[in-house]
Write a protein that binds this ligand. Structure first.
Ligand SMILES: *[C@@H]1O[C@H](CO)[C@@H](O)[C@H](O)[C@H]1NC(C)=O
Ligand SMILES: *[C@@H]1O[C@H](CO)[C@@H](O)[C@H](O)[C@H]1NC(C)=O
Ligand SMILES: *[C@@H]1O[C@H](CO)[C@@H](O)[C@H](O)[C@H]1NC(C)=O
Ligand SMILES: *[C@@H]1O[C@H](CO)[C@@H](O)[C@H](O)[C@H]1NC(C)=O
Ligand SMILES: *[C@@H]1O[C@H](CO)[C@@H](O)[C@H](O)[C@H]1NC(C)=O
Ligand SMILES: *[C@@H]1O[C@H](CO)[C@@H](O)[C@H](O)[C@H]1NC(C)=O
Ligand SMILES: *[C@@H]1O[C@H](CO)[C@@H](O)[C@H](O)[C@H]1NC(C)=O
Ligand SMILES: *[C@@H]1O[C@H](CO)[C@@H](O)[C@H](O)[C@H]1NC(C)=O
Ligand SMILES: *[C@@H]1O[C@H](CO)[C@@H](O)[C@H](O)[C@H]1NC(C)=O
Length: 777
């Protein structure tokens, strides 16, 4: 590894450090030494040597150094490490503009491999100014490659960029890595650790590095997500990004990209959010959420863990069972606005794959259309991998293009998806298409692992059809690549963030997966849950020990809230805490996530930084005021936390109180008044709420909100707050025949504003003084 000494730096002082200077040298073709490109005014810089090695620096300190650039050509790997890949031309510099992300400085290198054809391949680096990113490109503009498979699906056929953490930085960098299905492997550590656990190969995921002051860098694919992998090589301690190992051929003009993003804020989570936002911006994607009934209203679920998962009422069909669920809901005023059908409803074929995605007469004797009319609400419906005997494939006499292999098949046909989704919507009210078994469809075929276009086309066609038909998609069993691919798929707006629910298992623990889901603006779904701990007599499942925690996690996830109890067992009192009278979910502004301090504490052990134990937080932001929520689930000792410890950027001093406390205890909460969290566990968790204080009529006020709801100041309920000289005005959305109780604090007195509604719709509340208020429809 060529690492420049300071004397070399002085001798070859060609380094340019601002955009204006760069513009002046942009005509320079090949630089004979090395070049440094810095972000305009930002901390991020890149240094490229004439031998093609490179470094990423932050404020002049090297965080990452290059490792080994390689390409597999006709079965042989050519690499810089063994000298079989060399710089042919470059580094060359020029400026450019990306219409989405703004101006950049680019450095290009043309490599030459020592193969019989002396193959040439271009790579480039783009250092952006407006966004805090460096993009690394493998550009096959000079020609495609054949024989690129390295024979290992968890390996890489090409490697660029590849990195090692600079030796001097190892002890200063913590990491947050993900892996496995649902990103259920979550690993936090220090880069000094001799063994680091993280997803690698097919199950690789974005990697986050952070230092003690929460300055944060994220490494991830930036393009061609379905065929991009990261390989972490324990032996060399190197992180390598490239095209996945079994790809057989790379077509001419193929472009593969990786991004290194450095957060502008001193915050792990906010930096990750900025990274995800940059990906979405690059693809001009704004996720479609507003009108999705499943994200906004309560629904009834029948998937794994649910009472009616491959299980009906005794001697009854699924059709009759769901009609009975609906009758019970009407009786108890549970306003389910959709029903979820799991894999029990359609025809299976070879190897359990889906043959014909329509209702089996044995489950719905009168058809799904009839049931839709009986229930009066739309369906969310499950689908899995396609069987090789699927009726839709041309090969089997169907109308559409599928690649059919031995057991599984995969559609490669935009029209197919349009047919499937539009006919399902029209005939039986499909509103959410749930694509499950994403990993099996991807890993269970050769074409998805060997061909660079097949997997992306499968997901893009599905997403396009959802958009055209005004529907949404939920992903289940996603690998990180599926989630990343959806930065091009606006109607995929939610995905399962942990394994299958079974009463009593720990899959509610989504505080770390929610961070990366939220960064990509995907709602992290915890799956269905039971609201009751009584024995519901299911042949397969036991009873749920912590229904209250399940409900708290569900509403704070901002994803669907899907109760799944047996008829007669739903705890409506508990469900009523999540919604308004018409089933509108009263969610916070962002998903509840593990606090940064939790990660700091694990990454820098023994240093007494961060917080010990599992603590999550979230907030509702209404008219710029922050109403925080803090959940402590697994803390062993008594812990003091201040707003900064729990990632609550409060502009005003606040008050804090415990959910469901038996008295009127309320306390100050600011940089000098901490909350004391008592030891907690899943069945003895603590949920704290905070509300900003303000001066009105010479008194200290705080509007705590609907303390009987789990999220007392949800922006779904409270649209705005305004304080004038004479009154406080709250704009609300109310359900029909609803009583809304808003708790208010004046000085240290607590009292209630109560409004009654007849019809659903906006409500304006004017508060003049203690116990002097009016509610207007
Ligand atoms: C790939 O290289 C070609 C030729 O230099 C260039 O026109 C194109 O913009 C490059 N693509 C990317 C994504 O950099
Ligand atoms: C973390 O990195 C930033 C950016 O280089 C630096 O300013 C800060 O001092 C670092 N923090 C520590 C504790 O080293
Ligand atoms: C269900 O069917 C079985 C067999 O036909 C019958 O013995 C049983 O009484 C039925 N149970 C109910 C609740 O109808
Ligand atoms: C799929 O099954 C339905 C019955 O649910 C049937 O009407 C339809 O013809 C089948 N589709 C094909 C292509 O065989
Ligand atoms: C990849 O698959 C597509 C769709 O079947 C096909 O058109 C293309 O030729 C394949 N590419 C290679 C390199 O085999
Ligand atoms: C229903 O939930 C409420 C709130 O958590 C709880 O107080 C009550 O005991 C539960 N009821 C039953 C029957 O479990
Ligand atoms: C739940 O809320 C609905 C609508 O506000 C109400 O009619 C019902 O009585 C409540 N149920 C319980 C058990 O509190
Ligand atoms: C809260 O919302 C306001 C806009 O109303 C926005 O400017 C501010 O950044 C938000 N704050 C947080 C912490 O989300
Ligand atoms: C607030 O206090 C000031 C000074 O004590 C007084 O002049 C003013 O009238 C008071 N305002 C109200 C609304 O009570």
């Amino acid at each position: 590894m060529a690492s420049c000494t300071s004397s070399q730096v002085a001798r070859f002082f060609l380094a340019v450090s601002c955009l204006l200077c760069l513009a002046a040298v942009s005509n320079v073709k090949a630089l004979s030494t090395f070049v440094t490109v810095s972000q305009d005014g930002g901390p991020l810089a890149l240094k490229v040597d004439k031998d093609g090695t490179y470094k990423v620096t932050i404020d002049g300190t090297t965080w990452l150094e290059s490792h080994n650039t390689f390409f597999t050509i006709d079965g042989t790997m050519y690499s810089t490490m063994d000298g079989s890949l060399k710089v042919s031309t470059g580094p060359m510099m020029h400026s450019g503009v990306n219409p989405r992300l703004g101006s950049f400085e680019e450095i290009d290198i043309i490599w030459e491999a020592m193969d019989p054809k002396t193959t040439k391949i271009m790579t480039s680096f783009q250092v952006y100014s407006e966004v805090s990113a460096v993009v690394f490109t493998q550009n096959f503009t000079l020609g495609g490659l054949t024989g690129t498979s390295c024979g290992d699906k968890n390996g890489l056929s090409t490697g660029f960029p590849t990195f090692k953490v600079a030796e001097t930085m190892k002890k200063d960098l913590g990491y947050l890595a993900y892996g496995e299905l649902f990103l259920s492997l979550q690993s936090i550590g220090n880069w000094m650790l001799p063994v680091k656990v993280m997803g690698s190969g097919l199950y690789s995921a974005p990697l986050t590095l952070f230092n003690r002051t929460k300055h944060t860098m994220v490494l991830s694919p930036f393009k061609e997500f379905m065929v991009s992998s990261m390989v972490f090589d324990d032996a060399s301690d190197a992180i390598m990004q490239g095209i996945m190992g079994m790809i057989a051929e790379i077509p001419k003009d193929f472009v593969h990209q990786t991004v290194v993003y450095f957060g502008r804020e001193r915050s792990i989570k906010n930096s990750m959010y900025e990274w995800g936002h940059t990906l979405l911006k690059q693809y001009n994607t704004v996720r479609y959420k507003q009108k999705d009934v499943t994200l906004n209203y309560i629904g009834y679920w029948t998937d794994g863990g649910a009472f009616y998962y491959y299980n009906t009422e005794l001697n009854k069909t699924y059709e009759q069972t769901l009609i009975d669920v609906k009758a019970e809901a009407d009786r108890l005023f549970i306003p389910y606005k959709y029903y979820q059908l799991d894999s029990w409803w359609y025809f299976k074929g070879i190897a359990g794959g889906v043959k014909n995605w329509t209702a089996m007469p044995s489950v719905f004797p009168h058809g799904a259309g009839y049931l839709h009319k009986q229930l009066g609400h739309p369906f969310a419906a499950h689908n899995r991998y396609w069987a090789s005997d699927t009726v839709y494939a041309k090969k089997n006499g169907g109308k559409w293009n599928f690649i059919v292999e031995k057991e599984k098949a995969i559609p490669q046909d935009t029209e197919f998806w349009d047919y499937l989704l539009s006919s399902s919507k029209k005939e039986w009210g499909l509103t959410l298409y749930e694509q499950d078994w994403l990993n099996d469809e991807f890993e269970g075929l050769h074409c998805t692992l060997e061909n660079v276009t097949v997997a992306r086309k499968w997901l893009m066609d599905m997403g396009q059809a959802a958009m055209v038909n005004d529907m949404t998609i939920q992903y289940c069993m996603p690998m990180a690549r599926h989630l990343l691919q959806t930065v091009e798929i606006p109607h995929m707006n939610q995905a399962r963030a942990s394994g299958d629910y079974h009463p009593g298992n720990g899959q509610w623990n989504i505080g770390l997966s929610s961070i990366i889901y939220h960064a990509l603006d995907i709602r992290p779904f915890k799956d269905n849950f039971r609201t009751n701990s009584a024995d519901e007599h299911h042949p397969k499942y036991g009873s749920e020990p912590v229904p209250f925690l399940q409900t708290v996690i569900a509403i704070y996830s901002t994803a669907p809230v899907g109760p799944s109890d047996s008829i007669g067992f739903t705890n409506v009192t508990l469900l009523n805490r999540t919604m308004s009278s018409d089933g509108l979910l009263l969610q916070p502004s962002r998903p509840m996530m593990a606090v940064d301090g939790y990660m700091l504490n694990i990454a820098f052990p023994g240093e007494n930084i961060g917080v010990t134990g599992l603590i999550w937080s979230s907030y509702s932001n209404v008219s710029g005021a922050i109403y925080g929520s803090i959940l402590s689930i697994d803390t062993y000792a008594t812990i003091k936390v201040y707003p900064n410890d729990v990632d609550l950027e409060m502009l005003q001093p606040s008050v804090a109180y415990l959910d469901q406390r038996s008295d009127d205890t309320i306390q100050m909460f600011d940089d000098t008044h901490p909350i004391i969290l008592m030891p907690s566990s899943p069945d003895k968790f603590q949920l704290w709420q905070t509300a900003p204080t303000f001066m009105f009529r010479n008194q200290t006020w705080a509007i705590l909100g609907e303390v009987e709801k789990l999220v007392p100041f949800s922006p779904k309920r409270f649209q705005s707050t305004e304080i004038s000289d004479s009154d406080i005005i709250l704009q609300l959305m109310a359900g029909p025949r609803e009583q809304i109780n808003i708790q208010v604090m004046t000085n240290s007195m607590l009292w209630m504003v109560t409004c009654h509604t007849d019809m659903a719709g906006p409500l304006e509340v004017h508060i003049m003084d203690k116990n002097s208020y009016k509610c207007q429809n």
